[in-house]
Design a protein around this ligand. Structure first.
Ligand code: PMP
Ligand code: GLU
Length: 397
């Protein structure tokens, strides 16, 4: 009998976190590694948010909170949904969790039975697939590529639906492609979803504020599917608060109640201090995030421009988030010394070891032709990073 459960043995490690760990280890050994692996803003959390956390400590907001979150925060999130997304979620429909990662896990574990299918467009965020498998659901992927701007069509969605389909999970803006669905595109998908009354949607909108093309659109805005959408969001990305661990959902009440029950057995309410900090973030005008968004856009343009100088790289122009996800399959079949590049994992290992640059292979996100650059770092480091990639790739013949 194995000591560990089949559940944990079969669970893959998060590839984004694994690459970040590997680059930290190499850095600790004195290697000059630049890591563009983890998706994390390099900005500091805004001062007014940090002040709120300090006040929370001084005011002894240091005890267990209700499992679903401090009522004032749930109310503020309800108002945020109305203000930014024109969505009506009452405070009771909001569940605050330890990061959007837990929000997503709560929903999947609450809704998916063994054998039920969950549609996941490629490229997907790493944790969707593993959480679905943990729930013994079956991930069903839909391919996309640079030409389709990494977005799925309504026809593709319709084709993927079977009598076992329970849910679709996707992010817009998307990690890792940076693609942003327009209102029209979401409406066309919603018109398919409405035809299947037992089909639910997790709409992961954690990159809402990092959008370079205009207004963010939520799929829950279409009344005819509102009662089947779970809208996931949080403060990690837009407010540079990854370490505070605050995510949340707005969902039909019965789903929120299920998530509250799930969370009550796993973690209880998340950190009281982080919740008081998040309260200031969600109450603030989104304009406090614009400076960071504009800096991300400038960096995106810089990296795209620099990538043009490297032969064989095909990229979209990502409309949001802070990732570029180019197709690098041109390098497959090429070699240098003992390196024979067959896939995106080989290429990311080669770039790490020969180029001292950490990226995440597209394989981790379901698309083996690509590689992910997280450009949430300074312009100087980005210039140096692309130089390293260019020099390393030039060695492959
Ligand atoms: N969804 C997506 C698409 C992400 O990129 C992340 C980043 N880790 C998360 C959810 C989870 O965010 P967090 O747990 O930090 O709120
Ligand atoms: N979402 C980030 C990423 O994709 C953070 C790492 C993680 O939680 O997976 O890199």
């Amino acid at each position: 009998m194995s000591k560990l459960s089949d559940r944990i043995i079969n669970l893959a490690e998060s590839q984004t976190l694994a690459m970040a760990k590997k680059s930290r280890e190499l850095q600790a050994q004195g290697k000059d590694i630049i890591s563009l692996s983890i998706g994390e803003p390099d900005f500091d959390t805004p001062q007014f948010i940090k002040d709120a956390a300090k006040r929370a400590i001084d005011n002894n907001v240091t005890r267990y909170t209700p499992v679903a979150g401090i009522q004032e925060l749930r109310k503020a999130i309800s108002e945020k949904f109305k203000r930014d997304n024109d969505l009506n979620y009452t405070a009771e429909q909001i569940i605050v969790s330890t990061g959007a990662k837990q929000s997503i896990a709560n929903v999947i574990l609450s809704l998916i039975n063994p054998g039920e299918e969950v549609i996941v467009p490629i490229p997907y965020w790493v944790s969707y697939i593993e959480t679905i498998k943990l729930a013994e659901g079956i991930p069903v992927t839909i391919p996309t590529n640079v030409e389709s701007n990494f977005k799925i069509s309504p026809e593709q969605l319709k084709k993927a639906i079977t009598s076992k389909t329970k849910m679709i999970v996707f992010s817009t803006p998307c990690n890792p492609s940076g693609s942003v669905y327009t209102k029209e595109e979401l409406k066309a998908l919603a018109e398919i979803i409405v035809q299947y009354p037992d089909l639910y949607v997790i709409s992961d909108e954690i990159y809402e504020y990092i959008n370079f093309v205009g207004k963010h659109e939520s799929i829950a805005q279409f009344d005819f599917i509102y009662d089947r959408v779970i809208t996931v969001n949080g403060v990690s990305k837009g407010f540079a608060m990854t370490g505070w661990r605050i995510g949340y959902i707005g969902a039909p009440l019965w789903i929120s109640q299920a998530c509250e029950k799930m969370q009550g057995q796993f973690t209880s309410g998340t950190s009281s201090i982080s919740q008081m900090a998040a309260l200031e973030a969600v109450k603030a005008s989104p304009s406090v995030t614009y400076e960071m968004r504009d800096a991300f856009k400038k960096r995106r343009d810089l990296v795209l421009e620099l990538l043009k100088e490297i032969p064989g790289i095909k990229s979209t122009v990502p409309d949001g988030a802070f990732y570029i996800f180019p197709d690098i399959s041109y390098y497959f079949g090429k070699s240098y010394n003992n390196y024979h590049i067959k896939n995106s994992n080989d290429l990311s290992m080669f770039l790490l070891e020969e180029g001292n640059i950490a990226l995440v292979s597209g394989d981790a996100f379901g698309d083996d032709n690509c590689i992910r650059f997280s450009y949430a770092t300074s312009e100087e480091r980005l210039i140096e990073s692309v130089k390293r990639v260019k020099e390393a790739l030039a060695k492959l013949k």
